[in-house]
Design a protein around this ligand. Structure first.
Ligand SMILES: O=c1ccn([C@@H]2O[C@H](COP(=O)(O)O)[C@@H](O)[C@H]2O)c(=O)[nH]1
Length: 278
């Protein structure tokens, strides 16, 4: 998928919501555990109920890898279902990979070719040769961790390195990579006030912003500091949507949560348009 197709979907659905498919067998409705593939059964019901309100899904691979071969098979079925039934949806493998070049090439192949995701999250710590193998794939996006939503982000990411906070160095250095137009960056919603600084370095790139919902980030603040003329945001929420109910009505309850966020996003898009007009 390319940026124009993503933007077209955002404008049409009036949403920049990404739903995280962090499917946890300890949290899904118990009746689904009778299904031959409970993870896929849950994901399919969630996707069918919420696709009108979001533009992206982001399975975090940890929740699939945790269940071994069955988990990986469920991930594979989920991406195949999305690509077949809802090809307009942007798909992100939240895998946070990062390794030396020849290994990174294999990771890129796994997520972009074999599983056919549109994007994968990558850790920047190992530098250029660990990221560029992902960037070689046309119409695919590499989403680099820059300033994450967790408290531990302050251990390194905001520390000074040669007179500059490390997350800023990550952003600036990544812009020098070949095909840097295929980059997006992770900035946590819990760090919304940093978005002003982030936008000085990457004014046009899309940001993946997790942390609205269960982690308490504010959608309004994220939009105030991070939204661009071309939106530039994919805001993720996982647990708050997925586990809105553990009963037979779980898919409907998830849809209602997703619709609430979509309505708030529609309002933010309206505000952006009226400020552009004035
Ligand atoms: O900085 C980061 C990077 C990734 N995540 C991931 O996003 C979701 C958030 O889930 P919620 O249930 O909405 O809190 C999850 O997969 C994280 O691993 C993040 O939270 N922060």
């Amino acid at each position: 998928m390319n940026t124009s197709q993503l933007l077209e979907q955002i404008e049409r659905k009036k949403s920049f919501l990404c739903i995280g498919l962090d499917t946890d067998l300890d949290k899904i409705p118990p009746h689904l555990l009778e299904e031959p593939d409970p993870i896929f059964a849950f994901n399919k019901a969630i996707i069918d109920a919420t696709h009108h309100a979001c533009v992206a899904y982001k399975p975090n691979t940890a929740f699939y890898e945790a269940y071994g071969m069955k988990g990986w098979a469920a991930l594979s079925k989920t991406i195949e279902y999305l690509n077949t039934s809802y090809p307009e949806i942007f798909t992100i493998a939240d895998a946070k990979r990062g390794d030396i070049g020849n290994t990174a090439t294999r990771y890129a192949q796994a997520f972009f070719k074999d599983l056919s995701f549109d994007a994968v999250t990558v850790a920047p710590y190992m530098g250029r040769d660990s990221v560029e193998p992902f960037l070689r794939f046309e119409d695919r996006f590499t989403i680099l961790l820059a300033l994450t939503s967790n408290p531990g982000a302050f251990d390194f990411q905001t520390r000074m390195s040669d007179g500059q906070e490390l997350y800023k160095r990550v952003l600036e250095t990544a812009l020098t990579y070949e095909h840097s137009d295929r980059l997006m960056f992770v900035i946590g919603a819990t760090k919304a006030e940093y978005l002003k600084e982030v936008r000085k370095i990457v004014p046009d790139h899309f940001l993946l912003v997790p942390g609205v919902g269960a982690q308490g980030g504010s959608l309004e603040e994220v939009c105030r500091f991070g939204m661009t003329d071309r939106v530039g945001l994919l805001v993720n929420s996982s647990r708050k949507i997925l586990y809105a109910s553990q009963g037979a009505d779980f898919a409907r309850a998830a849809a209602m949560e997703a619709e609430t966020l979509q309505k708030a996003m529609e309002e933010e898009l309206r505000k952006r348009r009226s400020s552009q007009a004035s």
